[in-house]
Design a protein around this ligand. Structure first.
Ligand code: ADP
Ligand code: MG
Ligand code: ZN
Length: 639
């Protein structure tokens, strides 16, 4: 999507590369010069070493023709050597020993001798013998350091920011489906970047920063890019985590570089992803983190420092706004908060449309159904799903995506890939089948539940051996107490079926138990649905946009009482599940048998068999519906 993805680091790098080339050239020069110096003029001749005593012997024998004193070396030639084929005379050398008789001897044997004048002046000698090797050494060390630093991916105090600039992001608001409120708040920023004068003329203070908050994968990064794309300004982006490096001071210098670079290219957008990595509150951090604090301080001062009229907007993104430092959020910094929440039904349908635009599809797609089935999914999940559906279509040799591909993709995203090669024993298949039908029956027999979409006993890669899929009929934002109780009952009915049929239990219900307990606990501790605690909160949610982990806010005694109440809810729901199944044991048997044969049955088929069984029994549907009245009754007694 991004047309020109240019790294600002490139500019730096180009400079660095030039310097590097220069260094390399010098190194090469130094190397050749030194080499020449070492090998010297004798490089072309045939030279061999002899002992001094041998030289004296040769001299005494009258074989030596010519001698040349060269510093501490004596070079000489012999009369008997002819010029070789290469046209060079063979030469010998030996060490110089201070021997006053030598000159006399040379004269005696009529040997011509001489010592060439020292042509190199002291400065050149100094340069060649001292400066050049030093330079050579320096260059070598620099090269090694550079290499090592690159390996380490950082620098010694040198900013090597992983900063990206896109001249044109090419993303527009049309690419971001749903999120209408977020887009609305950001439109003003786009307009401001377009024509800052319009605002400054009136004297309006312009926003310096906006903070996008929301769960992962909801399109925060995408939205920031869209703002830049709509305003047609460069997009500078940097991830919060890349600020925090091992070397103190690096992060701060990165922030400085980023703002310096951006200022020279205004108007533009500076996007700081995962800003919580640097913006974490400076209080109550054990021991503190110097590096992060410095980076944060630098960011704060840069945000105060730049000239708003130039048209720079800093956009931050985070999924943990509650940990951000107060100072970041005060007016004049990230004072504008844009919530980018999980998409609602309409939003999901729109996101599906955006991502299906480039996919060949059949004409009879029912996107609403898909959107209903993906409740709670983020935009990224849906994008992923569409791709999985397209892959499935290819796998099955079709040239377009059909509804089934998308439905299967939902399951894939929710439950993982089918694991057809896992072989379960007959016994296990039977247990899993009864377990799943147990869930399905409890769902079907209760009023406040969403209809069964599909039951399957094909194992999935994410660990489930089978599952019962529900399909909501409409998007819901609230859950009633009755619905929660019915859900808990349905979750516990899987194990319930195992108990009734096999008179034994398996480990297969662990996930159901976990989820049921979570629901029951939330009822007691957070939703004020317990009689004992009225509307008192016993827990609070820590980070609403992430996993929703909670922490207890009550005393240990109250906590113990809450546990007892949670247990009470579960006990009652468990009993209710058993009651429902015992009442419908004929349906349980029949549908389970069918499921063992077929591996997968659709919601319609399930209801068809269920209705048949009921007709045989001469019951009407209404009779089988249990209400939560009995549970409420006993609760009332508990007070
Ligand atoms: P975040 O930054 O919030 O974690 P991203 O912006 O990186 O999420 O979204 C990841 C991908 O998910 C996007 O590239 C896009 O394909 C898809 N996506 C998420 N939200 C939307 C949306 N509202 N409309 C269209 N696509 C979306
Ligand atoms: Mg992101
Ligand atoms: Zn189960």
């Amino acid at each position: 999507m991004s047309s020109e993805n240019k790294n600002t680091d490139d500019n730096n790098k180009k400079g660095n590369d030039k310097r590097l080339l220069l260094l390399l050239a010098i190194a090469a020069l130094v190397f050749t010069v030194s080499l020449n110096y070492i090998i010297g003029r004798k490089s072309m001749s045939d030279v061999s070493e002899v002992k001094y005593s041998e030289f004296i012997e040769m001299l005494d024998e009258g074989r030596v023709e010519e001698v040349e004193f060269n510093n501490s070396i004596i070079n000489f030639t012999l009369k008997e050597d002819e010029e070789g084929s290469s046209g060079v005379r063979k030469e010998y050398y030996t060490g110089y020993i201070n021997n006053p008789e030598l000159l006399q001897k040379l004269d005696d044997h009529n040997v011509t001798y001489d010592a060439p004048p020292n042509m190199t002046n002291p400065i050149v000698t100094f340069f060649v013998e001292f400066v050049l090797p030093l330079m050579f050494f320096y260059v070598a060390v620099m090269l090694i350091m550079r290499f090592a630093m690159r390996k380490m991916g950082g620098g010694f105090g040198k900013s090597n920011a992983k900063m990206y600039v896109e001249k044109e992001t090419g993303v527009t608001f049309a690419d971001v489906a749903g999120e209408e409120e977020a887009k609305e708040s950001l439109r003003e920023i786009v307009d401001f970047l377009h024509r800052p004068e319009k605002y400054t003329e009136i004297g309006a203070k312009l926003p310096r920063g906006a903070l996008l908050v929301g769960p992962p994968g909801t399109g925060k990064t995408l939205l920031a890019k869209a703002v830049a794309g709509e305003a047609k300004v460069p997009f500078y982006s940097l991830s919060g985590s890349s600020f925090v490096e091992m070397f103190v001071g690096v992060g701060a210098s990165r922030v400085r570089d980023l703002f310096k670079d951006a200022l020279s290219n205004a108007p533009c957008i500076i996007f700081i992803d995962e800003i919580d990595a640097i913006g974490k509150s400076r209080e109550n951090v054990l021991g503190g983190n110097d590096e992060r604090e410095q980076t944060l301080n630098q960011l704060l001062s840069e945000m105060d420092g730049f000239d708003v009229t130039k048209g720079i907007v800093v956009i931050g993104a985070t999924n943990r706004p509650e940990v951000l430092d107060e100072a970041l959020l005060r007016p004049g910094r990230f004072d504008r908060r844009v919530v980018v929440d999980r998409p609602d039904l309409k939003g999901r349908e729109d996101i599906l449309k955006v991502h299906l635009k480039n996919v060949k599809t059949s004409d009879d797609l029912n996107l609403k159904q898909i959107a209903l089935g993906t409740s709670g999914c983020s935009g990224a999940d849906i994008a992923n799903m569409v791709n999985e559906a397209a892959l499935r279509a290819v796998r099955e040799g079709r040239d377009r995506v059909i509804q089934d591909d998308l439905m299967e993709a939902i399951e894939l995203v929710i439950a993982g890939k089918e694991k057809k090669d896992r072989i379960m024993t007959e016994k296990e298949r039977k247990i899993v089948a009864y377990h799943e039908v147990g869930h399905a029956l409890a769902i079907a027999c209760q009023k406040n539940t969403q209809p069964v979409q599909k039951i399957t006993i094909v194992p999935r890669t994410m660990g489930s051996l089978g599952y019962t899929m529900q399909m909501p009929e409409e998007e819901r934002y609230l859950m009633t107490k009755d619905e929660m109780l019915d859900d808990i009952t349905a979750l516990l009915a899987g194990r319930g079926a195992e108990e009734i049929i096999f008179k034994n239990v398996t480990t297969g219900a662990s996930n159901d138990i976990e989820r049921a307990t979570e629901l029951a606990r939330a009822m007691v501790t957070r939703f004020g649905m317990s009689e004992t605690f009225d509307m008192m909160a016993l827990e609070k949610e820590n980070n609403m946009y992430l996993n929703g982990r909670t922490s207890r806010t009550c005393s240990d005694e109250t906590g113990a009482k809450a546990d007892a109440e949670v247990l009470d809810i579960i006990r009652k729901c468990h009993k209710k599940a058993l009651d429902i199944l015992n009442e419908n044991i004929d349906a349980l048997n029949k549908i389970a048998a069918f499921l063992i044969d077929e591996e997968t049955i659709s919601g319609e088929k399930f209801m068809e068999i269920f209705d048949e069984v009921k007709k045989e029994r001469g019951q009407t549907k209404e009779d089988t519906i249990n209400s939560n009245e009995d549970i409420k009754d006993t609760e009332a007694h508990n007070q």
